[in-house]
Design a protein around this ligand. Structure first.
Ligand SMILES: Nc1nc2c(ncn2[C@@H]2O[C@H](COP(=O)(O)OP(=O)(O)OP(=O)(O)O)[C@@H](O)[C@H]2O)c(=O)[nH]1
Length: 663
């Protein structure tokens, strides 16, 4: 009845219109649905091949522990290196398992999904001593930077992998800064030196220039062939400091990951920052303030390996009857009941940055979709869920995600794992409005109101100013494409902050973007205009005042609430026009004329007309009596007028879907 330890970490897909595969995300939550067979299979492989030895963790001196993570841009070889490290330390066998895992991955890749396990305690012999090296998993994408920074705060060092051919990419930079700001030891690793066009020297120069790390500190490896991988482990022991945790202190642990298991509840991965914890102990989670009894604990090799205790400096898992991942939030502190400690710094709940409505394609599928959404959110506490309904689309939800990739992955999983056909509305970002009068502040319950649903956007007369979320985007590209990329950024209201050459041909640019401008198709456009060579990543940059406007869309004068959109004032006209055109093309012609309008308040800014079918009332009227003809035409016109006056426009659901869909 045990669920496998192996986590599904990645979703890969082929980008549309590009032959370059790109990875959507390194993903930590996937553990359910059609993939469970694969996970189970891999877990068994891991378990049977792992050298099962009796592990007594009690006497392990803290100075022989090293806690580290691997961080890298997508596809630079994080998983491959992790596998080699596991093999080298005997945590998994060199032969069968890996091959099979990789074979499986091949199959999975075709379907767009791959599987890997990452968090593991490794025993490594160095100069006659046994060291405990804890390799801690981090989500790969900066959508999860909050979680990345939590999991790297369980470490004292990181391996920063850079592909010897591609060099530094946008995510390498973002990840570097997370580690740098956490004051971790950074070991730069240049991977894939076996590639024909590898140029490790160029990459070393980039590292020196951008990160100010002397090139002598770089280790050149081929994770694929295993070249110099042992040197990586030696350097981990030599360069990364041991944790400063003390066994004499009260128990204190950081939750850096948590997954939900149907049979045992939440499995929380923890790094022990002080003291010790045993089976049967009563522990408290600082965030929820709830008390639990530890049912099981142990280390990860990478399968779960129960032990009696976990001590200061160690990394492992605890199962304590928590029912939801919300109870073991990433970044939370655990301590012993009645022995409160100062909580570890920086706990804040994950922040939703992108919102979208999700509706079943057909209302009869509502219950099925509800259970799929519930199951998916069970393992991912960072998705916020709110019930929502629309006249056109029926009952659904408004979901909040950490970022774009997070949203795409969620939708992809809904479709792939739960076979759900869903309508996803265009994503919006959380705007803010500063209310103008004490009365309004009282009415809204706060001075600064966050708006996630455009229909609830307060009127301009009620606010002092509107604010929109901003991000700092990093783009790294070969310099052939700089011109085009700069105009793309300009067209997205971006402000250039910085531009440097990272080597002779590659440029790194930093832009301040309104988040709203990149949520829809920025990444796709960037990729296609750079033939797939440019990489992009972004980080939160707070809020800035913006001149925002609410546009309503009207059909024959009646507003259609689900189409209401918030845009920057400079975009209002083009956006209004484009939406009207889309509506015009999606609504079938009817017996009367339909006016499709975009309006700001009472001012119409765009209009399209859907012409009426002109029923040939004269069909039966042979011959020449003109007065009779006129009479019939007049009657027809009156009929149409009547219809129009009633405003009885029949808009098929497909039309809403076409207009509301992302593209
Ligand atoms: N030639 C060569 N290929 C490598 C090497 N290391 C990894 N690769 C290949 O590079 C690709 C990406 O490697 P992964 O280990 O999946 O990279 P990752 O960083 O975990 O990727 P994501 O999970 O997508 O972020 C795979 O096809 C690997 O086989 C290497 O040293 N040499």
């Amino acid at each position: 009845g045990r669920s496998p330890r192996v986590k599904i970490c990645r979703i890969k897909r082929r980008s549309r219109g590009s032959t370059q595969p790109f990875t959507l995300i390194r993903h930590r939550w996937m553990k359910t649905g059609c993939l469970s067979t694969l996970s189970t299979h891999c877990a068994r492989q891991y378990s049977s091949s792992a050298q099962k030895q009796h592990i007594d963790m009690s006497e392990f001196p803290v100075d022989r522990i090293r806690n580290f993570s691997i961080i890298a841009h997508i596809d630079h070889g994080k998983s491959t290196l992790a596998d080699r490290l596991l093999e080298l330390t005997g945590a998994i066998a060199k032969t069968e398992c890996n091959k099979q895992v990789l074979d499986k991955l091949q199959v999975e890749r075709e379907r767009g999904i791959t599987v890997k396990a990452q968090t593991a305690s490794l025993f490594y012999q160095h100069e006659g001593q046994t060291y405990l090296l804890n390799l801690i998993d981090t989500p790969g994408h900066v959508d999860f930077s909050y979680e990345v920074s939590r999991s790297i705060s369980a470490c004292q060092g990181v391996l920063l992998i850079v592909d010897a051919n591609q060099g530094i990419q946008a995510q390498t930079v973002a990840n570097f800064y997370l580690a740098f700001e956490a004051q971790l030891t950074i070991i730069p690793i240049i991977n894939k030196i076996d590639l024909k066009n590898a140029d490790p020297e160029r990459v070393e120069k980039q590292i020196e220039k951008i990160f100010d790390i002397p090139k002598e500190e770089c280790i050149r490896i081929s994770a694929k062939l295993g070249t110099n991988v042992d040197q990586v482990l030696q350097e981990v022991v030599k360069r990364i400091p041991s944790p400063t945790a003390k066994v004499e202190e009260p128990f204190k642990a950081l939750v850096f990951d948590s997954t939900f298991d149907h049979y045992r509840g939440v499995v929380a991965n923890i790094a022990v920052f002080g003291g010790q914890v045993s089976k049967g102990d009563r522990i408290v989670s600082a965030h929820m303030g709830k008390t639990y009894e530890v049912n099981e604990l142990g280390i990860l090799r990478p399968d779960e390996h129960p032990t009696e205790k976990l001590y200061a400096g160690q990394v492992g898992y605890v199962i304590a009857g928590m029912k939801e991942v919300k109870e073991a939030q990433i970044g939370d502190t655990l301590y012993l009941h009645k022995q409160p400690v100062e909580t570890l710094p920086g706990f804040k709940p994950a922040k939703s940055m992108v919102f979208a409505g999700i509706y079943p394609m057909d209302q009869s599928e509502y219950t099925t979709l509800r259970s799929a959404v519930e199951k998916l959110t069970l393992n991912d506490s960072s998705v916020t869920v709110q019930r929502d309904s629309s006249l056109a689309l029926g009952a659904g939800w408004r979901l909040g995600f950490l970022g774009l990739l997070h949203m795409e992955v969620f939708n992809q999983r809904l479709e792939q794992e739960y076979n759900a056909s869903v309508i996803v509305t265009a994503p919006t970002v959380p705007y803010k409005a500063v209310m103008s009068s004490p009365k309004l502040i009282k009415e809204y319950g706060q001075e600064v109101v966050t708006i996630v649903n455009p229909a609830q956007f307060p009127d301009k007369s009620q606010v002092v100013e509107y604010l929109e979320p901003m991000v700092i985007g990093t783009i790294i590209t070969p310099d052939d494409f700089t011109g085009k990329i700069m105009s793309l950024c300009l067209s997205r209201r971006a402000i250039q902050k910085n531009m440097v050459y990272i080597d002779d041909h590659r440029v790194m640019m930093k832009y301040l973007f309104p988040l709203n401008e990149i949520v829809v198709d920025f990444y796709d456009q960037l990729k296609s205009m750079s033939s797939g060579y440019a990489s992009f990543d972004y980080e939160d940059a707070g809020y800035e005042p913006a001149e925002l406007i609410k546009i309503d869309f009207l059909l024959n004068g009646k507003p259609v609430e689900e189409l209401t959109t918030i845009v920057h004032k400079d975009r209002a006209y083009s956006m209004g026009k484009a939406m009207c055109e889309r509506l015009r093309d999606s609504i079938p012609r009817q017996m009367f004329e339909i006016a499709v309008q975009a309006a700001i308040g009472s001012k119409v800014i765009a209009r399209e007309t859907i012409k009426a079918y002109r029923k040939n009332v004269l069909a039966k009227c042979y011959g020449g009596d003109i007065t009779r003809k006129m009479k019939l035409l007049k009657k027809q016109a009156e009929g149409k007028k009547k219809m129009r006056r009633i405003g009885n426009v029949e808009v098929p659901k497909d039309a809403f879907i076409n207009v509301l869909k992302k593209k």
